[in-house]
Write a protein that binds this ligand. Structure first.
Ligand SMILES: [Zn+2]
Length: 300
């Protein structure tokens, strides 16, 4: 099986060699018998040369179909983070052979849940607090499914509110700088309901890897320095209510991408929706994970 390498960007696939071959038969037979081995996908690598297979390799290995695509689709996540996800997804996915799988740490644990949810006909899996997984017999078939599911789950973004660049600059202090005025990340700051959802905790795994647990918001009128002194840490980015978002000066590109993802997701979540957040243990198991440490290093 060819799988994307950990720490590489799918967007680079046409210019760079970012896929690596793994022994599919060996891996899929070990997911149940030896999950701790399946969680080290580099054991199954069939070539030398530096790049490691994706952390999510075994998620792809449980499908009988030839092409498996996994994406963190914004429209999917906006529903998959809700406590009423299954009912809301059911209203929109009647035309698909689909199944929902509760959140588990990416890797063998999650792959086992997916395998248990599969039947002969299931071709779409919604991963709770995570994303979308589809399978087909060709690239075209799988790609079309991604498009169709994303369209069926589409939600319009809330209208954009204007950024207060002057206030952001005033409050930024030494550690932060305002995001560019046209950056969509600012919309995180533009409604009280959205801010509360953002700071409530972690909503999906990649966020905690690149941005830490949940998000942070200053109080109205509070400077970034005052906020950091109060909580005794300097978060990757800081929401300034009704003004916009400040980047920590050393935030990584993946950190910015994940903050923008949070904005993309939350502008599609109704104010009255109730969300599922990670427990402390679920945050910790991602932050302590060797495989994720490797991905963070690649990112740095
Ligand atoms: Zn994923």
């Amino acid at each position: 099986m060819w799988i994307k390498a950990s720490g590489t960007q799918l967007a680079d696939a046409l210019e760079k060699d970012i896929f690596v071959p793994v022994d599919l038969a060996a891996m899929s037979s070990e997911i149940l018998a030896h999950p701790e081995r399946a969680d080290e996908p580099q054991r199954y690598l069939l070539q030398e040369g530096g790049l490691k297979p994706s952390i999510e390799t075994c998620l792809h290995a449980v499908f009988p179909k030839r092409v498996v695509m996994h994406v963190h689709c914004v429209n999917t996540i906006a529903l998959a983070i809700r406590t009423d996800a299954v009912a809301e997804l059911g209203k929109r996915l009647a035309a698909f052979n689909w199944a929902h799988v509760n959140y588990a740490k990416p890797g063998a644990q999650l792959a086992t849940l997916v395998r248990n949810a599969l039947t002969d006909t299931v071709e779409v899996i919604i991963l709770g607090n995570h994303g979308l997984l589809v399978a087909g017999d060709s690239v075209e078939e799988a790609a079309a499914l991604i498009e169709q599911v994303s369209a069926a789950l589409h939600a319009d973004a809330a209208p954009k509110a204007p950024v207060d660049s002057a206030r952001l600059q005033d409050l930024a202090g030494d550690n932060f700088e305002p995001a560019q005025p046209d950056d969509k990340v600012h919309q995180l700051a533009m409604s009280t309901a959205r801010i509360e959802k953002a700071i409530g905790g972690t909503l999906y795994p990649d966020h905690v890897i690149f941005c830490g647990i949940g998000a942070h918001a200053a109080s109205v009128g509070e400077s970034a320095d005052a906020y950091c002194n109060r909580i005794k840490q300097i978060p990757h980015f800081l929401i300034v209510p009704d003004a916009g978002v400040l980047w920590r000066k050393d935030i990584t590109e993946n950190g910015r991408t994940m903050a923008r993802c949070l904005s993309d997701v939350l502008v599609r979540v109704p104010d009255d929706a109730v969300l599922n957040y990670f427990t402390q243990a679920q945050d910790d198991e991602l932050l302590d994970w060797d495989a994720e440490t490797y991905r963070q290093q690649m990112n740095a």
